[in-house]
Design a protein around this ligand. Structure first.
Ligand SMILES: Cc1cc2nc3c(=O)[nH]c(=O)nc-3n(C[C@H](O)[C@H](O)[C@H](O)COP(=O)(O)O)c2cc1C
Length: 364
């Protein structure tokens, strides 16, 4: 069923404007009668952030921004789903066109700018799932015109803690002017202090809700020292490394599209994202787990992410070029790696190459 859906949809989706294609994909998932995903091999299961995750392959934020199809995504075989980014109030985002495919590079540039139906709409949908199960986290962000961005995050944690498996504080989108300044140590310290307080305040009713911090791959290593220091001292539960990059590697083939403003994702992001993941892993010293995102488009790149320090991984752009078959391909490759290594959990792989990756020349 999934294979059929995928084969039918991909040529059509690629012929469309990228944003129309995305809207159609969401509609198809809303209405396709997907069977429940078959049970995952238990060797792929992990316990991360206090959550039981059946396999480490998640879908990254930005695909299901308004929490319309989390259960369909779980049925496709993802081990966890991150919906959002959701902002407190609805906002339209930037004018179209704002999403571009770099076909020859297997990359994507987006400057969507947090187009969001707002927190009421997403909250209603997640609450309606009730006890549907599965790990569904929500990624939250501030409104562009907000007078108090920190208050936006606090409000979103308070509202979503009861209906989300975890909440990701997204301060790394390049498409909301000034947002990434929240990564500066003193500002971040205040933000995370207030966010973690909010989580504690609602915990008696909402239960424990892990709070994760999603960072940009464009931080300097000095800034990364500060960010990890603050994340550790404020006791966040984990980090996601990372978001899209504002860099444009010189190797890009689609020179014209590469000039579009926005964040680059997909295959050309992999070297930088993997390096930043490993740099984060060595600084975190095992205090909390990491989710690795950026450029995963094969079993080999997924395993490399885990070996660079990721307990869980997320894909997005790779699905555009490789289709839904990527999910099973990654899971099979991980099982094969376990067989080859005589392991029966992925734990041994996590971070095994982090030190080696940080010793390589800086990726161009
Ligand atoms: C079209 C598009 C929209 C995105 N929207 C968001 C978003 O709303 N919030 C967020 O944290 N990341 C967003 N991202 C970033 C992804 O979650 C992910 O971190 C990044 O794309 C790297 O993974 P990839 O190379 O597998 O795509 C978006 C990415 C793309 C391509």
């Amino acid at each position: 069923m999934i294979g059929l859906l995928d084969r039918l949809a991909r040529p059509l989706l690629h012929a469309l404007d990228p944003e129309d294609a995305h809207g159609l994909a969401i509609k198809m998932l809303k209405f396709a009668p997907l069977p429940p995903a078959p049970r995952d091999d238990k060797r792929l299961a992990l316990r991360v952030f206090g959550l039981n995750v059946p396999n480490p392959v998640g879908i990254a934020a930005g695909f299901d921004k308004n929490a319309e199809v989390p259960d369909a995504l779980l049925r496709l075989g993802f081990g966890f789903v991150e919906v959002g980014t959701v902002t407190p109030e609805p906002q339209p985002g930037n004018p179209r066109p704002r999403l571009f495919r770099l076909d020859a590079d297997h990359g994507v540039i987006n400057r969507l700018g947090f187009n969001s139906q707002g927190s009421d709409a997403a909250l209603k949908r997640l609450a309606a799932r009730g006890s549907a199960g599965g790990v569904v986290g929500i990624n939250v962000g501030a409104n562009k015109e907000s007078a108090d961005r920190v208050a936006d995050y606090v409000q979103l944690i308070e509202r979503f803690a009861a209906v989300a498996s975890y909440v990701t504080v997204n301060i790394s989108s390049p498409n909301t002017p000034g947002l990434r300044n929240l990564q500066q140590a003193s500002v971040l310290d205040d933000l995370l202090g207030r966010v973690v307080d909010a989580r504690e305040r609602v915990a008696p009713n909402a239960g424990p809700t892990p709070v994760l911090l999603k960072i940009a791959p464009d931080l300097s290593l000095g800034d990364l020292d500060d960010v990890v220091g603050v994340a550790r001292s404020r006791r966040v539960d984990g980090m996601i490394v990372g978001n899209t990059t504002v860099a444009r590697p010189p190797s890009l083939l689609e020179k014209v599209i590469a000039k579009e403003a926005g964040g680059l994702s997909g295959r050309p992001l992999f070297p930088l994202a993997n390096r930043m993941l490993a740099e984060t892993y060595v600084r975190v010293e095992g205090v909390f787990p990491l989710i690795g995102a950026g450029g995963i488009d094969s079993g080999a790149t997924a395993l490399a992410k885990i070996r660079a320090g990721a307990s869980l991984i997320q894909v997005y752009s790779g699905l555009v070029f490789r289709g839904l078959g990527l999910i099973a391909e990654i899971k099979n490759a991980l099982l094969e790696a376990l067989e080859d290594d005589g392991q029966d959990t992925l734990e041994e792989f996590i971070g095994a190459d982090a030190a080696a990756v940080t010793a390589e020349p800086w990726p161009k």
